[in-house]
Design a protein around this ligand. Structure first.
Ligand SMILES: *Cc1c(COP(=O)(O)O)cnc(C)c1O
Length: 389
């Protein structure tokens, strides 16, 4: 495949002035990342700081009800509450090896901002987080967390004042700060080499899960399911299974309220190809190519695009991408709380909801592995409004 491309998707559509830091990053990926020194230090951070490896948990009550074996990969147990720390520790460490002093990052709901701020603090780097002004207002708890961790939060007033505008602002800022700054991008999207870099750091999820399933069940899972926002937890889970033809892979996009024509975040199912944030991928857009606002009860899935590797895995049919709406995700959230004593993030609840809502499409006795990308404590305000006790 052409470098930086997944079939037709991907690429590096950025202003000329951003090419030098992206090329420097590509060199670091080739030179530093595979070195024994880097890998040893990263593995130590993942194990002794972030809490890897995460377990896989069998769900006895749900499995009995469903008639097939449901397993969860427990990324919710990680430091800062989700898989995002796998990527931010990797990129922060790489930045330090590259001699950078500052991390910049975009954030929407604030989860990637918090994970970047934590990694920066731990590794002695300064941190500036670009966040849409609208998101700063509605995600004030995460803004406070970032500030406590020593990060500066810069509200962005342009456009829709949300994630899309924060990414544009961070890319623009990187042009003038590139000598001492690394842009810690939050998902497996954006210009090359970010989709490859983020997949590399998140693939620890699938590598562990593959070995754990073999150890615990004696074989590979029949189905692997993950929620898809930008696509980092899903590609991290899927990548080590892509070569295993017998393993069916299912990505779950957020369908919003489910009303016809409602706001949604299902870029693969409801979008068309186009260019955004430096990549050619599937995007929610109007007939004349304007990016449409996205929407979901789950802030972490609320993005109008998707990483290019997912666009390609869909095009070649290796992964099936399905849509789950807000109410189905909420029902799955409540079900997992009651049945297994686990409060999942609303993002992860979308993946679980697909399994619960389509139980008849899974063969009795088969094994289904769901990536539980994060914990739900951050979603309590939304849950309280939607599911009054
Ligand atoms: C951010 C987030 C997601 C969505 O991002 P991806 O890059 O698609 O993984 C999913 N789950 C949780 C818990 C998140 O915080």
């Amino acid at each position: 495949m052409k470098k930086g491309y997944f079939g037709d998707f991907g690429g590096c559509f950025v202003p000329e002035l951003l090419m030098p830091p992206l090329m420097e990053l590509e060199q670091a990926m080739k030179g530093i990342l595979p070195s024994a020194a880097f890998q040893t230090e990263l593995n130590d951070l993942l194990k002794n700081y972030a809490g890897r490896e995460t377990p896989i948990t069998f769900c006895p009550a749900l499995s009995r009800e469903l008639g097939f074996d449901l397993w969860l990969k427990r990324e919710d147990l990680l430091h800062t509450g989700a898989h995002k720390i796998n990527n931010t520790l990797g990129q922060a460490l790489l930045a330090r090896y590259m001699g950078k002093k500052i991390l910049i990052a975009e954030t929407g709901a604030g989860q990637h901002g918090v994970a970047t701020a934590a990694a920066a603090a731990r590794l002695g780097l300064s941190c500036v987080v670009y966040m849409g002004a609208e998101d700063v207002e509605r995600q004030s708890a995460n803004v406070r967390r970032m500030r406590l961790l020593g990060a500066e939060v810069r509200p962005i007033e342009s456009g829709s004042r949300t994630l899309k505008d924060a990414i544009n602002a961070a890319l623009r800022a990187w042009i003038s700060m590139q000598a001492d700054t690394h842009y810690c991008f939050g998902t497996a999207a954006g210009p090359y080499p970010f989709p490859d870099l983020v997949r590399e750091f998140q693939s620890v999820i699938g590598r562990e899960a593959r070995v754990q399933m073999l150890e615990r069940t004696g074989r590979l899972p029949d189905h692997v399911v993950a929620a898809v926002g930008g696509g980092s937890n899903a590609i991290g889970m899927f990548a080590p299974f892509v070569q295993d033809e017998g393993v069916r892979l299912i990505g779950v996009e957020a369908g919003g309220s489910g009303e016809p024509g409602c706001l949604n975040s299902a870029a693969i199912n409801r979008g068309r190809p186009g260019v955004l944030h430096g990549e050619y991928t599937m995007l929610l857009q109007t007939d004349d190519g304007q990016i449409m606002p996205s929407g979901s009860i789950s802030a972490g899935l609320d993005y109008p695009g998707v990483g290019p590797e997912h666009a390609w895995l869909n095009a070649v049919g290796r992964v099936k991408y399905e849509v789950v709406c807000d109410s189905e995700a909420l029902a799955a959230f409540q079900k997992l709380c009651r049945a297994e004593g686990i409060l999942p993030a609303l993002e992860s609840s979308h993946a679980l909801a697909y399994v619960l809502e389509h139980r008849e499409s899974f063969t009795p006795g088969s094994t289904v592995l769901v990536n539980l990308s994060g914990r739900g404590d951050k979603d309590m305000d939304i849950i309280e409004k939607a599911l009054p006790l």
